[in-house]
Design a protein around this ligand. Sequence first.
Ligand code: NAP
Length: 494
Amino acid sequence: MKRENVHAGACGFDLSDQRLVRPFSYVGGKWIAGDDGASFDVTDPADGRVLGAMAALSAGQSGAAVDAAQSAFDDWSGLLPQDRSAILRRWFDQIMAHREDLAHLMVREQGKPLSEALGEIEYAASFVEFYAEEAKRPNIEGVTSHLPDAEMELWREPVGVAALITPWNFPSAMLTRKAAAALAAGCTVVAHPSSETPFSATALAELGERAGLPAGVFNIVTGKARIVVEPWTTDVRVRALSFTGSTEIGRLLYRQCADTVKRLVMELGGHAPVIVFKGADLDTAVEETIKAKFATSGQDCLAANRIYVERPIYDEFCARFTAATKALSVGVGMDDPDIGPLMNESAVQKQEAQVADALEQGARLGCGGERHAAGRLFYEPTVLLDVPDAAAIMGEETFGPVAPITPFDTEGEVIARANATEYGLVAYLHSLDPRRIYRVSRALQFGMVAVNRTKVTGAPIPFGGAKQSGLGREGARLGMEEFTEIKYVCRDWA
Ligand code: NAP
């Protein structure tokens, strides 16, 4: 197949459709370079090679993206929902038709194993497909009147321009989960992708353009977050801000948005407990906990961060889990191993620090515990046993392939330990006792509870966290409603 390199310049990607490699921001339907050609390098975490230089926009250019989104708003929100739906559906078709190229691109800039990247592209596309349908269904709701002769209705209207800020661990799915919902609701979008993985976002914009998203409706602004995102937080025209990333940056954006009282959706950090009760199916518990810990090389907000096992089955669980961990393959994403590189040096240093701290506090090493020979950013899949609650890893997000295990004695004790965190995104529970499953699911202070399984996500479910794991929900009808305002109309014909 002929490979064009029209837009890629020095980019180190090798796709069958090289036009998907867009090293520019996308504003008002145009691909734009940074003022004075400002750019930043994007590297391959597997080997540190520079893949390409991406445009770094200025604060003024970021403001121009809001101008473009604001100008496009009336036409986009005024379209028949069926017409917005048709464009979203074409975007879905484009993403699916290019899923292999998009997955290759993601493996190169993010590092994840190829089959996980393909899975993410399909997951990303599923939000566009789902919201193409939901776009047609924000029905007007009637209210049974409590006032004589009055007619009452609730209308759902798009809030206006929505700012979306996305992380590097799911560079495509986190963008479509927000953007498809906002666009379906009738909002226009300014989006900032993580500077670690911006090419996945600009490729989606290229496909959006091919699908017929009108100029100004979907804008991608690359560059330093503090320069390009901060102006959005104080801009009165930006009516909603939806952020996925760390709790630390979420808190900062929350404060910055206070003065303009924006609608906020926050998908923040997690610190998922896995609780395995005696009587659980141990094969399932081990297999599912391996998935819950090591998917995305552990760099997942849903990653199992601490594993509590009831004492009578503790030794057997630890032996089986450690054996399964030792069997995991580590390597370069394109070779499709179980575990790829971590995103950057600070991520590897975090594994080293948490492992050293746990060992110092009395934990035992089950396996791993070192950088992996595959390269500078690879870390061995690691198991820590008998980890005390005071160890840092039992309180902080790990975001890497290190699994701490600890025993427990009673249901009440493990619920209290699982809930003793500022986070509340997801909790995993293994038991075959229906009453216990009900009691514990009720008692866990988490936005999502997975029972005897790991995968719970998908476009039809409301994804989100309790406590400091976030605000609002993404996915499902609720995800679109976050981008709407309710207008209550009370009519009297007299
Ligand atoms: P991050 O450092 O918080 O960055 C996330 C986004 O915020 C990036 O686009 C980043 O842009 C931007 N950002 C950074 N500093 C900013 C600032 N001062 N002002 C405005 N924007 C700023 O998070 P990450 O390291 O990319 O992602 C990992 C975190 O995301 C983890 O905590 C994980 O749990 C969380 N996460 C949560 C979910 C969920 O749904 N709950 C899903 C995935 C990930 P730059 O890259 O340009 O700095």
